[in-house]
Ligand binder design. Structure first.
Ligand code: ADP
Length: 603
């Protein structure tokens, strides 16, 4: 028995240390953790009882005294308790069984019955040449239970090895340890290693599974995965919602534009139609804003760099701002450095979006005075640092509010601005875009006097541009004589809008309502100068239709994606899918003009 003492003392110290560390830390409250709490406590009790057993022998306590018998029985019960808890723990960790109230009641009943057996069954205590041990029915009964438990562990480990992963270590080690212990016990009968084996497994469980830090990280990972899934679902939902909103908007914007061009419509009615167009544009901007922010949050927004003409971008921004100023008594001043490089390499679309956001805000939050749109540059090697600023004499921003400006959905001084439309997304998107382009945005403002937003962006200078600066013609100048277009869309109203818009150019338009009908037309050797193909169609999408079209021998017609799927980056996706170009719904007249000019202009 003396030989067991060092093992018992060391095991006690280690287990106690682990217990102190474990209980001192905050841990997550799960059924496994609760079970581990009990396992730890029972381990310590087990060691103390085993220690007492050894001491009884060393102190020559009579073998068959009631006290010695009681300690031996207690030893069997705590061992059984430890083994049972360990088995339930493996079952829980492997996910084999979910421990609910009903199951718990059964387990407790089973436990009580087994303990009663252990207490009531006879126990023999033997002392052979100074080596004392217990035998008898109670001991054999416990051995039998342990064998059944071991088989259960092996079965669970085998079945759930993938799910258990690293968690298999303590369970496996314990089984090996038990085997070693049995062999050692057979060789040296006086060696008591029961509590050593169970404590060994308990300590290993702490390091591989139950360490609160590991558990926390595990829980955080699960929470992160769930959040990512929820975010992906949100992005999907928003993309679908965008499609759903854009489809009816396409009809509203399309028909309104047609009415504006209709000579028979009285001027008074046209005024109202203009308001419809403006309201639709606002709605579209809101949808786009929500889409952008969700894409940014899902880390799906990419910066797509291309060569672009600086002048063209600036001209478009000035035209758009002047249009938005309407009849407000505001002077729109511009100041563009004459030495700006003509062609730069960067994401022109996103730069425009940044400028539009701060220019629109300046217009929205200024009642009178002036707005200055200024662009200068600092050139170093082949990098041009664009310094874009928009200054206004508007309502200004309180100093304490400047930090909140870039928070999403944050609108400042709502009481005073209640009449100004906005979602509070513009600057949040702007900031994220500037960050994505490794730029900087700075705000200076005096409340009641005005604000100045300055954006710095580094763009590469293109010395030998591959693009030519396009000069788009107005549709009245485009020669589209004898041009034929095939429109493919499952939505009848969308077909009507696109058809009417194209007919204003004098283009011959044919409409079909599915990819199948489109393929039939091509197979019937019909010739078109351009095919405009909707993507989201039932049964066969536009992308699938295009794939099938390209399989038709000799097919070389230009195909444009005409779609309400307007998540940013979609243009690139459609070009990758093999489309020649992309036109978003609602159809913007200028964009349509560019497409007609590019693909149908005979000149
Ligand atoms: P919103 O859609 O409300 O305009 P933004 O994110 O673009 O959302 O702007 C957030 C808030 O910042 C606005 O609600 C407004 O209070 C304030 N703000 C932005 N630009 C200006 C400006 N030029 N002058 C005064 N306040 C501004």
């Amino acid at each position: 028995m003396i030989i067991s003492m060092p093992f018992i003392v060391c095991t006690f110290i280690f287990t106690l240390m682990i217990a102190i560390i474990y209980f001192a830390k905050r841990h997550i409250d799960t059924i496994e953790t609760k079970l581990y709490n009990y396992i730890l406590v029972i381990s310590i009790i087990n060691i103390i009882i085993e220690f007492t057993l050894c001491m009884n022998i060393l102190l020559d306590v009579p073998l068959f005294s009631f006290y010695n018998l009681l300690i031996n029985k207690l030893f069997l019960v705590t061992l059984f308790t430890w083994f049972t808890l360990f088995t339930i723990y493996i079952i829980c960790v492997s996910g084999t069984l979910e421990i609910k109230d009903k199951v718990l009641v059964r387990i407790i009943l089973y436990y009580l019955v087994m303990v009663a057996f252990l207490v009531l069954l006879p126990l023999d205590l033997v002392d052979e040449d100074g080596v004392a041990y217990s035998t008898g029915i109670a001991t054999y009964f416990l051995y039998g239970v342990c064998v059944v438990y071991s088989l259960i562990w092996l079965y669970i480990i085998y079945r759930s090895k993938k799910k258990l992963g690293k968690k298999i270590i303590p369970f496996f080690s314990f089984i090996i340890c038990l085997a070693i212990m049995l062999v050692a016990r057979a060789l040296i009968p006086g060696l008591l290693l029961n509590s050593f084996s169970s404590a060994f497994a308990t300590i290993l469980m702490y390091f591989t599974i139950e360490n609160p830090d590991i558990k926390m990280i595990e829980q955080l990972n699960i929470a992160r995965e769930q959040a990512e899934k929820a975010n992906a679902a949100k992005t999907d939902f928003l993309s679908n919602m965008s499609h759903e909103i854009r489809t009816p908007l396409n009809a509203i914007v399309g028909f309104s534009n047609l009415l504006l061009d209709d000579k028979d419509v009285p001027e008074k009615a046209k005024d109202e139609v203009r308001d419809i167009v403006m309201a639709s544009d606002n709605l579209l901007e809101i949808v786009n804003g929500i889409l952008d922010i969700s894409k940014i949050e899902a880390n799906k927004l990419e910066i797509v760099n291309n060569e672009y003409s600086t002048k063209k971008v600036i001209d478009e921004l000035v035209a758009l701002s002047k249009g938005r100023l309407g009849d407000k008594p505001i002077e729109f001043k511009t100041n563009f450095a004459p030495d700006l490089p003509p062609i730069l390499y960067g994401d022109a679309g996103r730069i425009k979006q940044i400028c539009v956001n701060i220019l629109t805000n300046a217009i929205k939050y200024t009642k009178e005075g002036w707005i200055e749109f200024k662009i200068s540059s600092v050139v170093k090697d082949n990098i041009c640092r664009l310094i874009i600023s928009v200054e206004d004499t508007g309502i200004g921003i309180k100093e304490g509010n400047i930090d909140k400006l870039f928070n999403k959905f944050e609108r400042l001084d709502l009481d005073e601005n209640v009449t100004i439309e906005g979602t509070g997304l513009g600057l949040a998107i702007t900031k994220k875009l500037v960050d994505l382009m490794h730029g900087k945005i700075v705000v200076q403002s005096v409340f009641g006097r005005g604000s100045k937003f300055t954006v710095c962006l580094d763009q590469r200078i293109v010395k030998n541009p591959t693009i030519k600066v396009e000069t788009e013609k107005h549709y009245e100048e485009v020669n589209v004589q004898n041009k034929k277009v095939l429109l493919v869309d499952d939505n009848k109203i969308n077909l009507k809008v696109a058809e009417r818009l194209l007919k204003t150019y004098g283009i011959d338009v044919e409409c079909v309502d599915s990819g199948f009908a489109c393929i039939d037309k091509i197979k019937a050797h019909e010739k078109y100068d351009l095919i405009m193909l909707d993507d989201m169609m039932p049964r066969m999408s536009g992308v699938e239709t295009l794939k099938k079209l390209k399989e038709i021998p000799g097919f070389d017609m230009k195909v444009i994606a005409l779609t309400a799927n307007a998540l940013t980056g979609m243009k690139e996706k459609y070009l990758n899918d093999g489309f020649d170009d992309y036109l978003a719904k609602p159809i913007n007249k200028d964009e349509l003009n560019k497409i007609v000019n590019r693909y149908l202009n005979s000149d």
